[in-house]
Design a protein. Structure first.
Length: 310
């Protein structure tokens, strides 16, 4: 029997999109946001390893020097099918990362082998050029990617290229091309899936919120994204009521953490970590997933230090 219950705001993970033209600072802004959220960071890089340019100190146009956070990267090349994005997301989840940056999500739509090209290829091969019928095959594949992003236990930040939309209008009896604004290069409605959408400008890399379910950024004057932006959002995300109680017993969790701490080689650490992470994921225990990820990072650092000293 269906039954309504009083609505309460729960703790949540960030789902944020950064849109802007080339050179507007999408990648760096995403990394600074992730730094503020804390924890380990994974980047799916579809921009020919451009994210790696931000590994190390960076001098800004105003002369200031900043150091983005450390992050791990996975270079994703064509074909940019939804399934390859999903595989990369699962790899990040299995790696125990706290935040995933997808840079960029545009390629899945308009890149080589992306949704638009898939529709044309399927329409030509199976439907005599009828793209309407081809979309019936491609839309579920695209939807699976969106679901993977929305259901991930990680914070997810996606960058999207934007382009200027124009239209011909009759002005004073003459046909004139008028700029209507900009829109992300992705399937229409992608912004509905996100909790926050920040639009970046090329000049000054200023951000404005075109959507914000937190209420923290909407209506603000244009601002530059910093780690403090991520910390502010994290505080709001963590201020909701707790999620459902863990389904992992304290004994099981303690055993997994002990196994991670006792690992004597990288191969052994990888094996016991994967076992622990999958157990936490299968239990639907997001806190446990984060805890085993932190334990793995600590043990990895310890083993690396021993190797260097030897």
């Amino acid at each position: 029997m269906m039954k309504f219950a009083r609505a309460t705001r729960k703790k949540a993970k960030l789902r944020l999109a950064l849109t802007g033209p080339s050179g507007s600072g999408k990648t760096l802004s995403a990394l600074l946001l992730a730094q503020g959220l804390g924890g380990s960071i994974a980047v799916i890089d579809t921009e020919r390893d451009s994210a790696s340019m931000y590994a190390g100190d960076i001098t800004l146009p105003d002369g200031r020097t900043i150091r983005p956070p450390a992050f791990d990267t996975l270079s994703l090349g064509a074909p940019y099918t939804p399934e390859r994005y999903i595989e990369a997301i699962r790899a990040a989840e299995d790696g125990g990362y706290a935040t995933l940056v997808i840079d960029s999500l545009t390629h899945e739509w308009s890149g080589v082998g992306g949704c638009l090209e898939m529709v044309d290829a399927i329409a030509s091969a199976k439907y005599r050029g009828n793209t309407w019928s081809a979309w019936s095959e491609v839309t579920p594949r695209h939807r699976a990617l969106i679901d993977a992003m929305m259901q991930s236990p990680m914070h997810v930040i996606a960058t999207l290229r934007s382009k200027t939309e124009t239209a011909q209008q009759d002005v004073g009896g003459k046909k004139t091309v008028v700029k209507l604004g900009t829109r992300p290069e992705q399937r229409e409605g992608i912004e509905y899936e996100m909790s926050i959408v920040l639009d970046l400008t090329h000049d000054g890399h200023f951000a404005t919120a075109s959507k914000d379910r937190t209420g923290l950024l909407m209506g603000r004057d244009p601002f530059v994204v910093t780690p403090d932006t991520g910390r502010m959002l994290l505080e709001w995300l963590e201020s909701g009521e707790g999620a459902a109680p863990s389904q992992m017993t304290q004994t099981a969790m303690a055993d997994h953490l002990a196994a991670i701490d006792a690992a004597s080689t990288m191969d052994e650490l990888r094996a016991v970590y994967e076992t622990a992470y999958r157990a936490a994921r299968d239990a639907g225990d997001r806190q446990a997933m984060e805890d085993v990820g932190r334990a793995k990072d600590a043990r990895k650092a310890a083993l690396t230090k021993v190797t260097v000293e030897v």
